[in-house]
Design a protein around this ligand. Sequence first.
Ligand code: ATP
Ligand code: PRP
Length: 220
Amino acid sequence: MSDWITFALPKGRIMQDSMELFARIGITCPEMEGESRKLVFENPEQKYRFMAVRATDVPTYVEYGCADLGVVGKDTLLEQGKDLYEPLDLKFGYCRLVVAEPKALRRDDDPACWSNIRVATKYPNITERYFAARGIQVEIIKLYGSIELAPLVGLAERIVDLVSTGGTLRANDMVEVETIAEITSRLIVNRASLKTKHRRISRILADLEQVIDDEVRISR
Ligand SMILES: Nc1ncnc2c1ncn2[C@@H]1O[C@H](COP(=O)(O)OP(=O)(O)OP(=O)(O)O)[C@@H](O)[C@H]1O
Ligand SMILES: O=P(O)(O)OC[C@H]1O[C@H](OP(=O)(O)OP(=O)(O)O)[C@H](O)[C@@H]1O
């Protein structure tokens, strides 16, 4: 099995974009087509294995070498701060990590005057760092989803969360105040695999880079 390549892919929205990109460099997995509760899928002819994991668990599987390669949002990498080799920006999964607050609060609010605020977020580390760098004291309420609910029920005045279309903020009468980071999905690589499976992995990296560069060139 040692010449197999194992990918850790997030079960959610990134999975499909990942498989579409991999298909463009000839990496496919017919076993993954259709509904299934399976967590591991294989293409024995090509010697590829795909593990479906929680988005936030991808770095762990790659760090411990259970997966050679992983696809994960930059938000997760920034939050977890693991020392992982991150050679490629895959240029999908685009969104922004922002500070947001209710429209009604925004009217008289001046972020330059913030000194002590309460923020609900899935990203406590990023949030802490961001406000500490500006000398703002922040009380962080860690949540695991539906972050936009927090200001509606008085749990926190502000949130730090991802925005893509802006639909969730609008639907909950909130507005963006500041952008913390632009986010895309990244390819991450286990450092030991890079040495032990160098030929296969460097080929995958080169092929992906080519396809991504071509796409960027065409879209210009
Ligand atoms: N609205 C969005 N639009 C585009 N990309 C997004 C959006 N929300 C999240 N992402 C990206 O997709 C990644 C995975 O998000 P997803 O919602 O699938 O998992 P999650 O629910 O955040 O993770 P978990 O299942 O571990 O709680 C995020 O880390 C981010 O990089
Ligand atoms: O700008 P939009 O296109 O509306 O997308 C933003 C929403 O998407 C993500 O939530 P997700 O769907 O992952 O739900 P969750 O936070 O409850 O897990 C994010 O946390 C925002 O709530």
